[in-house]
Design a protein. Structure first.
Length: 162
């Protein structure tokens, strides 16, 4: 019984770290994370949930971080032939009263031209830029590797637009 109580206490203490969040105005950003990429990876994906508890829409219009040469918002799609594509989007709408999940297979953040290796458990500073809420400082938690959904997706790192 004592072992079970110790385990329960440990889980309660760990929960805030694993499910970190930031609230600014009516927006709540939940568990901004980056699955740990391979050691020499040049790109990584960023994920989170953004909750708009307000009565007005907002937009995510930019992302910044010093860990990469370029950081963009992207959307993954699969066409009628089953071909997956990923492309830059200028903004992500955050409708009032809704939650927008930045996740595998949909909207996400791309860190391109990584400047350093990312290690599980590391916290990476970033800034989300919203049309109305403005600049929001956050930290991305580097989650365990695997399931990152980035394999097979082409993000050309040789272009002049970096």
């Amino acid at each position: 019984m004592k072992r079970l109580l110790n385990l329960a206490a440990a889980l309660c203490l760990a929960a805030p770290v694993l499910a970190h969040e930031v609230t600014v105005g009516d927006l709540q950003i939940i568990h901004a994370s980056i699955p740990q990429p391979a050691e020499n990876a040049m790109a990584a994906g960023g994920f989170m949930a953004i909750v708009n508890n307000g009565t007005e829409a907002d937009r995510l219009i930019g992302v910044e971080s010093d860990i990469a040469a370029k950081v963009e918002t992207h959307e993954s799609k699969v066409d009628e032939n089953g071909v997956g594509t990923m492309q830059h989007v200028d903004f992500i709408d955050i409708p009032p009263g809704e939650t927008v999940n930045l996740e595998h297979g949909g909207y996400h953040i791309m860190f391109m031209g990584l400047k350093e290796s990312l290690v599980e458990g590391q916290m990476v500073k970033g800034v989300l830029i919203f049309e109305k809420a403005g600049r929001v400082d956050i930290e991305f938690m580097v989650d365990p590797p695997g399931g990152d959904g980035m394999s097979g997706m082409d993000h050309d790192m040789s272009g002049d637009d970096m």
